[in-house]
Design a protein. Structure first.
Length: 218
């Protein structure tokens, strides 16, 4: 911005002897002294514009959060399956050579309870539960589209899954995530989950982190 002001000043000096008329040394000195103030005003105006854009961005994200809708469905949902494909593509990278092992336990046939989050008609997040034992639901297939992250949507999906588990008579939610997904671990800890010994097929898997939460009373 200061460079632009300097260019304008140089241009003014070059026009000093044009047909417009000669500029006095006093006028030139006044322009030079005014340049920093002009630059300051331009800077402040730019900051106001930036703040305005930031406020619009925050407002848009807030409205997206407010008008987000949650829908209960099942594994037949095409929107759910599309998000799961995106999740599996992500896990294929983060799980590295262990992906095939984990993928075999992520089939959709046994999943009957799915929660979808929508922004308008666009699916932006999902999660599911399936019965692990008579009192426990296992949380599966939690995923938020990249453009919708950082808005607390996954927390809402998880809350709905826990509420659904209680309605079905279950008192505990159990889940497995990976050490290579620290953001997922932080999410579950924030929501009240605690680390437990690896269960079932995840016993002995160094990359696995298993967690549980009490969601109801027996």
């Amino acid at each position: 911005m200061l460079e632009a002001a300097a260019l304008s000043l140089r241009g003014f000096e070059h026009r000093e002897h044009t047909e417009v008329g000669k500029v006095s040394m006093r006028q030139l000195a006044e322009l030079r002294s005014a340049a920093p103030a002009l630059a300051g005003k331009l800077f402040q105006r730019g900051r106001r514009m930036q703040r305005g854009l930031e406020e619009q961005w925050v407002s848009a994200r807030f409205l997206n959060f407010v008008f987000m809708k949650l829908i209960r469905t099942d594994n037949s949902s095409e929107d759910f399956r599309a998000l799961v494909r995106a999740l599996d593509a992500h896990l294929a990278v983060t799980d590295e050579d262990e992906h095939d092992f984990y993928h075999q336990y992520n089939g959709l046939d046994a999943i009957k309870h799915v929660v979808m989050a929508y922004e308008g008609d666009s699916p932006i997040a999902c999660g599911a539960i399936k019965a692990y034992d008579d009192s426990t639901m296992e949380v599966k297939r939690m995923f938020t589209a990249e453009a919708a992250r950082g808005q607390g949507i996954a927390v809402k999906v998880l809350d709905e899954l826990e509420a659904w588990s209680r309605e079905l008579g279950y008192t505990r939610c159990l889940l497995e995530t990976g050490k290579r997904q620290p953001y997922a671990i932080r999410l579950y800890e924030k929501c009240g989950y605690q680390v437990v010994p690896n269960y079932g097929q995840y016993a002995g898997m160094d990359n696995s982190v298993c967690m549980e939460k009490t969601v109801g009373q027996a």
